[in-house]
Design a protein around this ligand. Structure first.
Ligand code: FE2
Length: 281
């Protein structure tokens, strides 16, 4: 018999300041929830006031992780030490595997006065922490939208019915869905047993498992085979994210997440010596 996952914990996002002075709402990487293996961080950015984000995230390094940026509105310009640059707009996703090292900047800009999105950090297993950096950048038009049980689901990663998302070959075997449910509908989605899973409600209200919730909240789910969400009177919009836990030790220092203290010290030495980004990348 299939077990429906229930809410284990409801988290009110914490207001934090990050980068060169960006106000955002953080639900993972806080004192309350440091790590939801394999997820290291979850930020919700965006504001009606550009002063809250225009300073952006100037050049900074990453090693040992993946960063996933998903845009709802506005623009983020990015440029990196490998010569890549581009812009993300509403509905676009960038799944960036930092591997052994990347230096990049991420600069948000308003479009029609709006800017909003999410950044998720996914841990890499020890065997891939020093892999070659990689980008999977997917335009909004290339992300499939599936209509199911009255829901409209944008499938970034994972599978809904027969539809697979465009982001693939990620170690954590992730599911990343943006789901919109009109009032009076219920949506059920399979989630692999044993995988960590959360729902992030950012519009409307509803019931998840047996727990009532209104935006904006993160819900950490217990184990099981499926997730069930019913929309409230104004409908509900949420992300459903899951991934396979790594079960490895973590050593964390800002944008570096490795397995040991020594590997963190090596990252700092590489940064000081100018050998952080491999010339062959
Ligand atoms: Fe970054």
């Amino acid at each position: 018999m299939l077990k429906t996952r229930l809410v284990r914990e409801m988290i009110e996002p914490l207001a934090v300041m990050e980068g060169a002075g960006v106000r955002l709402r953080r639900s993972i990487a806080t004192r309350r929830l440091d790590y939801l293996d394999p997820f290291l961080l979850f930020d919700h950015f965006g504001s009606a006031d550009p002063a809250d984000y225009l300073a952006g995230f100037p050049m900074h390094p990453h090693r040992g992780i993946e960063t996933v940026t998903y845009m709802l509105a506005g623009q983020v310009h990015h440029a990196d030490s490998l010569g890549n640059s581009g812009d993300l707009y509403a509905g676009d996703v960038q799944w960036m595997t930092s591997g052994r090292g990347i230096m990049h900047e991420e600069m948000p800009r308003p479009v029609d006065g709006k800017m909003e999105g999410f950044q998720l950090w996914v841990n890499l297993p020890a065997r891939l922490k020093m892999t070659r950096p990689r980008y999977q950048e997917v335009r909004a038009a290339s992300i499939p939208a599936v209509a199911q049980d009255g829901a409209l689901v944008r499938v970034v990663a994972g599978q809904v019915g027969e539809t697979r998302g465009p982001v693939r070959e990620i170690a954590a075997d992730p599911v990343y869905l943006d789901i919109r449910l009109p009032a009076g509908t219920t949506f059920t989605q399979a989630v692999s047993r044993g995988h960590a899973a959360f729902v992030y409600v950012f519009e409307g209200s509803g019931v998840i498992g047996s727990t009532g919730v209104a935006a904006t909240r993160m819900l950490i789910l217990d184990d099981g085979d499926q997730v069930q969400v019913s929309a409230g009177p104004q409908g509900i919009r949420f992300l459903l994210v899951s991934g396979a836990p790594l079960g490895e030790p973590i050593a964390r220092y800002g944008p570096f997440v490795m397995n040991t203290r020594e590997e963190i010290e090596q990252a700092l030495r590489d940064l000081r010596n100018g050998t952080f980004v491999a010339p062959t990348d």
